[in-house]
Design a protein around this ligand. Structure first.
Ligand SMILES: Nc1ncnc2c1ncn2[C@@H]1O[C@H](COP(=O)(O)OP(=O)(O)O)[C@@H](O)[C@H]1O
Ligand SMILES: [Mg+2]
Length: 229
């Protein structure tokens, strides 16, 4: 029986790119031949609305499981039996009971954040929550931060790594990062993703390359953890 690897996009801060990174990443895996489901766990239903509005159709299946509330873990478990990969877009506040329930059944918590110390400080509560869930409920839960909407030549990466070390929260920062690009807003408005978009737009090639780099970094990590058993 299948047991899909499950990646949750979580950060209680809104607007950091959970939905953007989640959908584009899931779509890249889907087109690469991995049977992938995207779960919208956010009662604001941004992923679902993204996938069902706009001019283009999206190949990847998006299921809203937000109505399951704190029973969302059971619903995700059902999808885990049908797919190879489940990507979950979590709600943007720490009080929402769905986020911890998702993290209890997830393998990896990916926390996008903007490239600023302020974003790191507002992500610390999330990092601690993930650590608490790992201790209490899900010892196999891995996690990492990822910089999103990085603009041009910002040197924030080193700064963020230094702050992370000072805070001693035991979470690492992915090597790959996503640039700030208009194309991410454009494909969102069209109801598609950088990989599934059928028209040529500026920045598409670069966006596809960085989303693929993220997929490769995560796949490598997943393969290594599976080898370690
Ligand atoms: N890398 C990026 N470049 C440009 N715009 C981005 C990028 N990532 C996200 N956005 C935009 O920022 C806004 C918030 O992103 P979203 O994915 O909805 O965040 P969250 O789900 O964390 O609230 C959206 O309008 C989205 O199009
Ligand atoms: Mg969102």
């Amino acid at each position: 029986m299948k047991k899909a690897y499950t990646i949750a996009l979580a950060n209680q801060k809104g607007g950091v790119g959970k939905t953007t990174v989640g959908l584009n990443l899931a779509s890249a895996f889907h087109l690469g031949g991995t049977e992938t489901a995207l779960v919208d766990a956010d009662p604001q239903n941004t992923s679902l609305r993204w996938a069902t509005s706009g001019a283009e159709t999206l190949g990847i299946a998006v299921t809203s499981l937000a109505p399951a509330g704190n029973k969302i873990g059971n619903e995700i478990a059902k999808l885990q039996r049908k797919y190879d990969l489940v990507v979950v877009d979590c709600p943007g506040n720490l009080e929402d009971p769905r986020t911890p329930e998702v993290l209890k059944v997830a393998d990896f918590c990916l926390m996008p954040l903007g490239p600023s110390p302020a974003d790191l400080f507002s992500t610390l509560a999330m990092i601690r929550e993930v650590a608490a869930i790992r201790r209490r409920d899900n010892p196999g839960l891995n996690s990492a931060l990822m910089l999103n909407a990085v603009n041009g030549k910002t040197k924030m990466r080193g700064e963020i790594i230094k702050l992370l070390e000072e805070q001693d929260v035991g979470t690492h920062l992915l090597k790959c990062q996503i640039a700030q690009r208009e194309i991410y807003r454009q494909v969102f408005a069209l109801g598609t993703t950088v990989h599934e978009c059928t028209r040529y737009m500026r920045g598409l090639k670069e966006a596809r390359a960085e989303i693929e780099a993220l997929a490769v970094e995560l796949s490598t990590f997943i393969a290594e953890t599976k080898k370690r058993g």
